[in-house]
Structures are given as C-alpha cells and as structure tokens.
Design a protein around this ligand. Structure first.
Ligand SMILES: *Cc1c(COP(=O)(O)O)cnc(C)c1O
Length: 385
C-alpha cells in the first residue's frame, strides 16, 4: 500500500517527568541525606496511596514483581498449593508464586474486557486452591465484586495484580482496595512511574505486621525504628523489597500529578474509541458506567491480519505493539497446562493491537486523530477491495 500520509513519527510510549517538582523534592532529599529505603519520601508516597486507594496499609517496593513475590511469602505458599490466575498476563503474575513451588492454574478470559472470566474461576477451585489472582487488564476492572464473593465463600485469598489500574474504580471504589493483597507497578511503561518501582497494598489486617518483616530482609527493623525493640534481628523469612528514597522522591512528584496524567490518557482513549467504533472490522473493550477507567492501554482486536495493520501504521509513522504470549503456551508455563484449551485467551492474544498513549499534548491533538481516522479508512478500503 502506498497511500502514505505525511506524519511526524509517533512512538508507542514516552515516560513523562514532572521535572520541576522532582527537582524541588530532590533538594529536600539532599538535606535529609538518607537514600536507602523506608524514609521520608517513602512515607509520603505510602500515605498518598493509602488515602487514594482507600487501603488499610501500603508498603513501597522496588517493583510490582517484588510486591507479588511478597504476596506469595505472606500467604506462606508451599509446594503444590494452587493459585488461580489468567493466562493472559505478564510473567510476574505467575512467576512470583512458582518461585515458592506453588502451581499456577490458568483460567480463560472474557471476550468483553480480556479479564479473568469469573464463571471459570469456580470450576477451577480445588482443595489445594490458596488464592485467586486477578489482573484488571488495561485499567478496566474485572468482575471484582463477584470474584471477591467467590473467594470469601471458598475461604481463599484474593490478590489484585493492579499493575495497570492505579486510580481506576469499580462502583466508585478504587481498584486495589478489594483484595486481601494488591500490587501496583511504577515501571516507566505504566501510568505513574519512577523508572522502576511498585507498591504492596495490605487490606487484610492479619498480614500487616508480617509484610514489614518480609520487606526488611526478614528482620523486625520496623519495630526497632519505632522504638518497640532495642535491637533488631532476624525473625522470619524475607528479602530486600523496599524502594530507594531516590526513587521514592521521584515517585512522589509523579503521584501528586497523577490526576493530570490520567485525565489526559482518558481523553486520548476516548478519542481513539470514537474513531474505531465507526468501523466494524475492530472489536473494542466494552465500557460500563460501573467501571471508571484510567486510560492505561488503548487496544483493539483486529479481526483479520494484525500484522498487515501494524505494518501499515508503522509505515505511516505510528508505532504500535501487542502482548501477551499466553502463559499456558509459554515454554515455562506449558508444563502447568497440559491439554488446556483457553479459547478466548488464544484467539484474542493473536489479534490484539495497542496504540500509542502517553501524557504529552504535543502528539495527541485534533490533527493526530483526524489522521488516524483517514489512515484506518484507507487501510480498510484497500484490504476490503
Ligand atoms: C508491568 C506488570 C507487572 C510487573 O511490574 P514491574 O513493576 O515491572 O515488576 C506485573 N503484572 C502486570 C499485569 C504488569 O502489567
């Protein structure tokens, strides 16, 4: 196809930095002269998250992967314990539990939002099931209320891998506030970032004290800092999961601006949505007034030939990507999924395309969306000839 429209290259993602706020925070950090984890800015970030996520307790971590590993340690998972999760997710969702010897039980996703299918969860529960891990894909809530009821009824833990879903809501309640435990990511590909970082949300009160021990290398250092014990020592298993104060100081400048980031991403999402819903060749995420979104990912399901569509956009200066390789078909995951046939996961993962979405007004003006509209029309005219 040679119907090229002249166009400035639009990358898939550019991480934004609120540089002025960061510099101000950094000079404050210089005065404090303490850069390791569990300090002034970590507390500021934790307080901010506690308030905005409506969480019982929050610990900053050096990644979402670390926060998920903490979940597996906190639940004391052992060999042959089963953890129900979607196959359509990032590797860390499974790996954190596999590291403890637990077995991931992969469940299919629904066609509407690519989230774990709550109808399939109950069928997958056995005597060995210890937890359900949900992912709110693209920042759009899964059927979290129903899944919470299922977890309660079966006395198993609920974990939200909320890596995509900071400041998204289900019936006005923030995602991350439903699970016994929830995790966030501040990787620079996510809505709010600090290079690499994460947070563990602990809503189940019985797990709060132990979470601090696990973060602090298995010691009771937290009690020492609060003057409860005179000397700190090794009291349980743990590792080094805290976030450096340098990252926390950066993260705080992003968190206080997070509403601006999300408003802009949602605006971009809605503009794409309006355009693509005019063409019957694409399937879009199903939106609902119950589910307030955060514009983390804008994806479409391309009904035929994803590759030629992505190549066409690339030739015209628009970078797109796709994910995930379903875990139940991956080299490390397939041994847990012998003979498993997850129909929606396989079908949707093959045809998903993600479009550029990031906080930067320069790229996403009226011209951009007009051009996207024209490009898509040209593309479809050509393939449907
Ligand atoms: C990004 C992501 C992670 C991992 O986050 P890190 O902070 O990079 O460790 C985990 N789960 C999901 C669903 C993700 O998208």
């Amino acid at each position: 196809m040679n119907n090229k429209i002249k166009f400035e290259n639009v990358p898939f993602n550019i991480p934004y930095i609120f540089e002025k706020d960061f510099k101000k925070n950094f000079s404050e950090l210089r005065k404090k002269d303490k850069y390791s984890s569990v300090g002034y800015f970590s507390s500021k970030c934790e307080e901010w998250l506690k308030k905005n996520i409506n969480a019982k307790s929050v610990l900053l971590t050096n990644s979402c992967t670390s926060a998920l590993e903490m979940c597996a340690l906190l639940l004391n998972l052992k060999k042959d314990d089963e953890v129900i999760m979607p196959s359509f997710t990032f590797v860390s969702t499974a790996n954190a539990f596999v590291l403890r010897g637990a077995k991931p039980v992969f469940v299919d996703i629904d066609n509407d939002n690519l989230n774990i299918d709550s109808n399939e969860i109950e069928k997958a529960i056995t005597k060995k099931t210890k937890a359900i891990v949900v992912v709110h894909y693209a920042g759009i809530s899964c059927d979290i209320k129903r899944i919470k009821t299922i977890a309660k009824k079966n006395k198993i833990f609920l974990i939200e891998d909320a890596a995509h879903s900071i400041l998204s809501y289900y019936q006005k309640k923030p995602l991350g506030s439903f699970g016994d435990l929830s995790t966030f990511s501040f990787h620079d590909t996510k809505n709010i970032h600090c290079g690499e970082g994460g947070a563990l949300i602990i809503n189940n009160k019985s797990l709060i004290e132990k979470s601090k021990i696990i973060r602090d290398k298995g010691t009771n250092r937290d009690k020492f800092i609060k003057n409860v014990v005179k000397k700190y020592t090794w009291v349980d298993v743990g590792s080094s999961y805290g976030l450096s104060e340098i990252n926390a100081c950066f993260l705080y400048s992003q968190l206080v601006n997070s509403k601006r980031i999300i408003t802009e991403r949602v605006r971009i999402f809605k503009n794409y949505y309006k355009i693509f819903s005019n063409f019957k060749d694409f399937q879009l995420p199903k939106l609902s007034s119950k589910k307030k979104i955060n514009g983390h990912i804008f994806y479409i399901i391309v009904k035929n030939n994803r590759k030629s569509f992505m190549d066409f956009l690339k030739k015209n200066g628009i970078q797109t990507t796709f994910h995930y390789v379903p875990l139940h078909n991956s080299p490390a995951g397939k041994k847990y999924a012998k003979g498993k046939n997850l129909k929606n996961t396989e079908k949707l993962a093959k045809s998903l395309v993600r479009l550029p979405i990031f906080y930067d007004k320069k790229y996403f003006g009226k011209d951009y969306f007009n051009k996207i509209n024209r490009l898509v029309s040209i593309y479809l005219k050509n393939i449907n000839k």
